[in-house]
Ligand binder design. Structure first.
Ligand code: COA
Length: 148
């Protein structure tokens, strides 16, 4: 929880740099609450990446029930620190969690227009499973699967 402010700041900056709409005040509050739950609730795990004592990246994962697929819910690296291997290091820790818990299937979602994140996931072995959800603005979110 000591890192909550830094985590929210990275998530907000990463979304802005990735071209998402700016948050309304209510959206920012929801983001604080969402991360507080992710950090504190059982079944959810949050990892941070640090460089020179600063938080530079965050990943969250969750499992609905032990032994079922472990979802990679969020991954964000501070803009300005991209393409330095930080996301890859966080992802390697996620894969280690998959292996340690004996869950060998990873699940994630990515917006179709987020070319950067799609390239990141593809490089790390994720493949679309064919499921597509469309939000109220007509934006498509692809489900990805990773077999380790
Ligand atoms: C996606 C994200 C987490 C990647 O983090 P990162 O620290 O830049 O990733 P890495 O440096 O470890 O990249 C690992 C590999 O992914 C691929 N990759 C990453 N960014 C890429 C880009 N912009 N274009 C093409 N490939 C890319 C590359 O193969 C890269 O390896 P390389 O640099 O040796 O070629 C980061 O760009 C981010 O925070 N984006 C905004 C938030 C976001 O979209 N999150 C995902 C939401 S679903």
């Amino acid at each position: 929880m000591d890192d909550l402010d830094a985590v929210v700041s990275i998530h907000t900056a990463a979304c802005a740099a990735a071209g998402a709409e700016p948050d309304a005040v209510g959206g920012l509050l929801a983001r604080f609450n969402g991360w507080a739950r992710a950090i504190q609730l059982p079944g959810k795990t949050t990892l941070i990446a640090e460089a020179d004592g600063e938080v530079v990246g965050v990943l969250s994962m969750e499992s609905d029930a032990p032994g079922t697929a472990l979802e990679l819910s969020q991954i964000h690296v501070r803009p300005g620190q991209w393409r330095r291997g930080i996301g890859g290091r966080l992802h390697a820790a996620y894969v280690q969690s998959l292996q340690e818990t004996g869950v060998l299937t990873g699940l994630a979602g990515v917006w179709e227009h987020n070319d950067r994140a799609r390239a990141f996931y593809a490089r790390l072995g994720w493949r679309p499973d064919g499921t597509v959800e469309t939000n109220g603005d007509g934006l498509r979110r692809l489900r990805l699967r990773l077999e380790v």
